[in-house]
Design a protein around this ligand. Structure first.
Ligand SMILES: [Ca+2]
Length: 499
């Protein structure tokens, strides 16, 4: 239920669960009390309300970046965006799966609260989304590209919608136009990774960027909130061949956690390894293709940012880049994603540029989540943050010298009743606890991220780490107590739930 604050600029109280975190020295994070003038031809009081250009990709492992990542991926646009704004190096999704994670960004809430806990469910239309919030404040709202919702983004407050008919439909048209197969497939099960013999302008990534550029060319008096969402580098990993050719597979590094044996691997990972045994050569070819896709998206983001610059709106536009979750990307020996909580899939790239507010070349290691983006964008745009929002405004991380911030963050995926069960993570900056539950059976993982950033050695059974284990278990218990699973509201006639 949308309950606006009486005073939209009044300090926003943190949720009790954040206050209760083990060892957390949390305090209320106040919204800045600044005046926003409504945009008008005669000029308003204070500054103009900013535009929002929210750019996201699908399944981008946060290490797969250039200077701001593992250094092996060519991402000059994103490197520059980080230089002009702020990079969040410890950003996490609240669920490593497409639809629920996207709905978390749109609502600022954990999946268990907004109810869209897994792919295949329809969204709860009683939730208030970013589209509706900005539209209600007079913004021109647009959604270009992947949304993964059952309902059209129009039903979520986005006035202009262009989704290219979905991934499959677009590529089928290309296949038809090319008179047959246009991808040189290499590996990863069947027809999942390969070089597409199409130019960037024929590619879905180029097509979506064209849509955004067209949108930016037609300015209006109203500020805009544009959601641009690429389908890649999610599989099928099929960038244009010219981007794959930028990489020599033999020169790419394999992750240090590609090969290791452990007796207590989570079931989802052990099963995935059995079905996906790639040679090192194939891993390298997959990396080259995946990196090529990231580079192609980077190139197209560059085109969109150029169009923003040409429109004269860059100074007054908040640009966000993130992804709904990561990709295993050879880590732990596998590709894609599962009911797991390694950083490969729960950590995401997150960059925010807003020249009027965020000092250039900033970097934060604070634990932030995708559920923080909605309250951040609302606060920066002078829009009241709905009371039910669970994330926090990120502004103190760039505006305060010693911001007080959460000391742990939670993510979860799955259901204890289904295969391969429920997987929950409680993570601090130094350690990660993962609880796997199938039926009544519980197994645990604990990683010391300082000495073992690749999450290889499970310390859950070791006595000298029992204190950390207890603390992070408590974080999860507190989360369970403070953020109970919401029973989905009774269905109104005509409302759909299961797709
Ligand atoms: Ca996804």
């Amino acid at each position: 239920m949308f309950v606006p604050h009486k005073n939209p600029f009044a300090p926003h109280s943190r949720r009790s669960f954040l206050r209760g975190l083990a060892g957390a020295a949390t305090a209320s994070l106040g919204l800045s009390t600044r005046s926003f003038g409504k945009r008008s031809p005669t000029g308003g009081k204070g500054r103009e309300r900013p535009n929002v250009l929210f750019i996201m990709s699908d399944q981008h492992n946060a290490r797969a970046l250039g200077k701001i990542g593992n250094g092996e991926v060519l991402t000059p646009t994103l490197d520059a965006l980080a230089k002009e704004g702020m990079q969040f190096t410890s950003a996490f999704c609240q669920v490593p799966q497409c639809a629920p994670s996207r709905y978390t960004i749109w609502t600022g809430k954990h999946p268990r609260s907004h109810g869209l806990v897994r792919n295949g469910l329809a969204e709860n239309m009683r939730e208030v989304t970013i589209g509706e919030l900005f539209k209600a404040e007079g913004y021109r709202t647009a959604n270009i590209g992947k949304h993964h919702m059952v309902e059209s983004p129009k039903a979520h407050g986005f006035d202009f919608v262009a989704d290219a008919g979905g991934h499959t439909e677009y590529w089928n048209k290309v296949r038809q136009a090319k008179g047959g197969e246009f991808v040189d497939w290499i590996a990863l099960r069947s027809k999942m990774v390969g070089s597409a013999n199409v130019s960037n302008s024929e590619h879905l990534a180029g097509h979506l960027a064209d849509g955004a550029i067209e949108f930016l060319r037609t300015p209006e008096e109203k500020p805009f909130c544009l959601w641009l969402s690429f389908y890649g580098p999610h599989r099928p990993i099929i960038p244009s061949a010219e981007f794959v050719k930028r990489y020599d597979p033999d020169k790419l590094s394999l992750p240090p956690n590609l090969h290791y044996e452990a007796r207590d691997l989570p079931r989802a990972l052990a099963d995935a390894r059995k079905t996906m045994s790639l040679t090192d050569e194939l891993h390298r070819q997959c990396l080259a293709t995946y990196y090529g896709y990231v580079s192609q998206i980077d190139y197209n983001i560059g085109r969109v940012l150029e169009a923003l610059e040409r429109s004269g709106q860059a100074e007054n536009t908040i640009v966000v880049y993130t992804s709904d979750h990561g990709e295993m990307m050879s880590e732990h020996g596998v590709w894609t994603k599962f009911n797991l909580a390694y950083d490969a899939t729960v950590r995401v790239p997150l960059l925010i540029r807003y020249p009027q507010e965020i000092p250039a070349d900033r970097r934060s290691d604070a634990l932030v989540g995708l559920y923080d983006l909605l309250p951040t964008l609302c606060a920066q745009s002078g829009i009241a943050i709905p009371a039910a929002v669970q994330g926090s405004n990120l502004a103190p991380l760039w505006s305060e010298e010693k911001p007080q911030w959460r000391t742990s963050i939670v993510a979860e995926i799955g259901d204890p009743k289904g295969y391969p069960g429920l997987c929950q993570m409680a993570r601090s900056s130094e350690a990660k606890y993962i609880k796997h539950q199938t039926g009544q059976r519980v197994t645990e993982q604990l990683f010391d991220l300082k000495s073992d950033p690749w999450e290889i050695e499970n310390l859950a059974g070791q006595a000298n780490h029992s204190q950390t284990l207890t603390q992070l278990r408590q974080v999860l218990e507190q989360f369970e107590a403070d953020v109970p699973r919401q029973p989905f509201p009774p269905q109104a006639p005509g409302e759909r739930r299961e797709r």
